[in-house]
Every structure is written in structure tokens, then in C-alpha cells.
Design a protein around this ligand. Structure first.
Ligand code: SAM
Length: 297
């Protein structure tokens, strides 16, 4: 249990930043010191032995590789933007998924990376610079205040929405329930108000994402294990999603852990499990069928 708390037993993952370095040369370099295994799900992601500390590794320091968990790395890859698209990262800092998007887009097209908190926006700008992601524009502001009809956003084809969440899938808090003194009521009282507020924001933000006129793909993700921030948010936006032409699609069909069966289309949703996967993440992918014959696209 101590190992699980401290994360010592968890394998480490690195994502090769292909904007700066080829996968083969990065692996050649890392293999000099570590046993490196290719991940079968996310391109450019590699597994290293538990306890590997790469914080000071030259390739990390110069932005050629990013230490990024497997579940977190699945998010941008699920959005799968085409190189050349315009993409909006709605809640971006510190920017790990932003620069992953930039790498997937081979530095082409444009990413607008929005962040509400000024200090965190500065951190985001630092990540973007470190990664050499020259197609990213950092926008310090509130995603909810972006006007979808503004000419800057008319070309947005994909949105990554990874909003503030409880973090219950990645923090030690989630293990409160293992304490002998724990009672379910304690958690309910402590968390329910906060979770309700987070869920209200998450719903609003997802609804806002549907209103961008040219958007075809939206990924909603959290690092929360709570139904209220995950399936319930999806459930609450389904009518608007449908009337805006969106439907749920299956991210990583080969992945066996899907959503909780409390919403229509739960089998499209994806969960990672704290015990099995080391982190509890949630991913929902919405796609809109675009009629290329209508002349509007
Ligand atoms: N996607 C990021 C990454 O992978 O590095 C992590 C994003 S973090 C879960 C959520 C971020 O959303 C926080 O930095 C928070 O300050 C920001 N945020 C919260 N409300 C926002 C809003 N209304 N508009 C824009 N950003 C917001």
C-alpha cells in the first residue's frame, strides 16, 4: 500500500516530443540507461521501470521528451486532430496536452491554448516554448467568454476540454476511503458541494464547446473517478449534443474499461482505473458528421 501511495511501484512513461527529436534517436539515447518499452496504445509513448527519475535528464530539461502518464497521454491522441487543422485547447495549463496536440499536428495548423489563471498561463507559455510548439497561441482568458462567432474561432475544427476537476483519480485524497476512520458520510459532506460546483462548470464548458460552428471533434476529459464529473456531465449535455449534430464515438475501441452504465452510449466512454492503470482518468469523445456537400464547410 505504501508503494501505491507514493507511486514508487508505478511504471514511468515518457512521451517523445517529435517536434524536437525523432522517436528512434530518443529511444536509442534512453536505452543506454533504462529498459524502454513501446506503449501499444499511444504513438510516441514509452514505458520505463518504476522509480525511474528523469527530472534532470538532459532530454527532459531541453524539451525533447515529456514525462507524462499514460492516461494523460491518451487524451490528445483521442482527439486525433489533422495536421493543418485549427484546434482549441480550452483549459490548457500547464500545457502537457497542448504540446502533445502540437506534436500530433506536426507543428502545422494552429492551436489556440486558453487558460484562465494568469500564473498558470505563464507556465503554459513556458511549456509551449520548451516544446518548440510554434503553432500554439497562448490566450490568457476565460474559455466561457470566448465568442464562438468571433472570426478567430470560425475555423476551429477540434476542441480539447480538460477542465478543472477534483483530481480524485490522481491524488492521495482518493485513498481517504482506506482510512479506518472513514465513513461515506464524511466524504459526502466534505466533497459534495465542491463536486457539484465543479460539475456545473464542466457542464457549462462542454455545452460551450458544442457552440463553435466548425467543430467536428470534441474530447472531454477529467482525472476524476467521480460519476458526477464524468458520466453525469456527459448525460446532462446529450440533448444539446444531439441537437448540435454531435454523437458519442468510441475512443480506443480496443480498451476494455468503459464508462459506468448510467447513460445512453456509456460503452463509448473510457475510464482508466486507479488500481489497474495507476490513475483514474475519464475520456468522452464527441464527433459531428459534417456534410461536405452542403457548401458550408
Ligand atoms: N490540460 C492541462 C494539461 O494537460 O497540462 C491540464 C488542465 S487543468 C486540469 C485545468 C485548467 O483549466 C487549470 O489550469 C485551470 O486554471 C484552467 N481553467 C479553469 N477554468 C477555466 C476557464 N473558465 N477558462 C479557461 N481555463 C480555465
Amino acid at each position: 500500500l505504501y508503494n501505491k501511495f507514493s507511486g514508487v511501484s508505478k511504471p514511468r512513461y515518457v512521451r517523445i516530443n517529435t517536434l524536437k527529436m525523432g522517436v528512434d534517436s530518443a529511444i536509442l539515447e534512453l536505452s543506454k540507461q533504462y529498459e524502454v518499452l513501446k506503449d501499444d496504445l499511444v504513438p510516441g509513448l514509452f514505458k520505463l521501470p518504476p522509480g525511474t527519475d528523469l527530472h534532470k535528464h538532459p532530454l527532459v530539461v531541453n524539451g525533447s521528451i515529456f514525462m507524462q502518464g499514460r492516461a494523460s497521454s491518451m487524451v490528445a491522441a483521442a482527439l486525433d486532430p489533422n495536421p493543418g487543422w485549427w484546434v482549441l485547447d480550452a483549459c490548457s495549463a500547464p500545457g502537457n496536452k497542448t504540446v502533445h496536440l502540437a506534436a500530433l499536428m506536426k507543428g502545422k495548423g494552429k492551436i489556440i491554448a486558453c487558460e484562465l489563471n494568469e500564473e498558470r498561463a505563464n507556465r503554459l507559455a513556458h511549456t509551449v516554448k520548451l516544446a518548440g510548439a510554434t503553432n500554439v497561441e497562448v490566450k490568457h482568458g476565460d474559455f466561457l467568454n470566448l465568442n464562438p462567432e468571433d472570426p478567430s474561432y470560425l475555423k476551429i475544427r477540434a476542441i480539447l476540454l480538460d477542465p478543472s476537476c477534483s483530481g480524485s483519480g490522481t491524488t492521495i485524497d482518493r485513498l481517504d476511503h482506506l482510512l479506518p476512520s472513514y465513513t461515506a458520510d464524511m466524504e459526502d459532506n466534505a466533497n459534495s458541494d465542491r463536486l457539484r460546483k465543479l460539475a456545473a462548470f464542466q457542464k457549462k464548458a462542454l455545452e460551450h464547446a458544442f457552440s463553435f460552428p466548425a467543430v467536428e471533434r470534441i474530447v472531454y476529459s477529467t482525472c476524476s473517478i467521480h460519476q458526477i464529473e464524468n458520466e453525469d456531465v456527459v448525460k446532462s449535455v446529450l440533448p444539446l449534443a444531439a441537437s448540435s449534430g454531435f454523437q458519442l464515438a468510441t475512443a480506443y475501441p480496443q480498451w476494455s474499461r468503459r464508462g459506468l452504465p448510467v447513460v445512453d452510449g456509456w460503452e463509448h466512454l473510457l475510464r482508466t482505473d486507479v488500481d489497474e492503470d495507476g490513475e483514474g482518468f475519464f475520456i468522452a469523445l464527441f464527433v459531428r458528421k459534417v456534410d461536405y456537400n452542403s457548401g458550408s464547410s
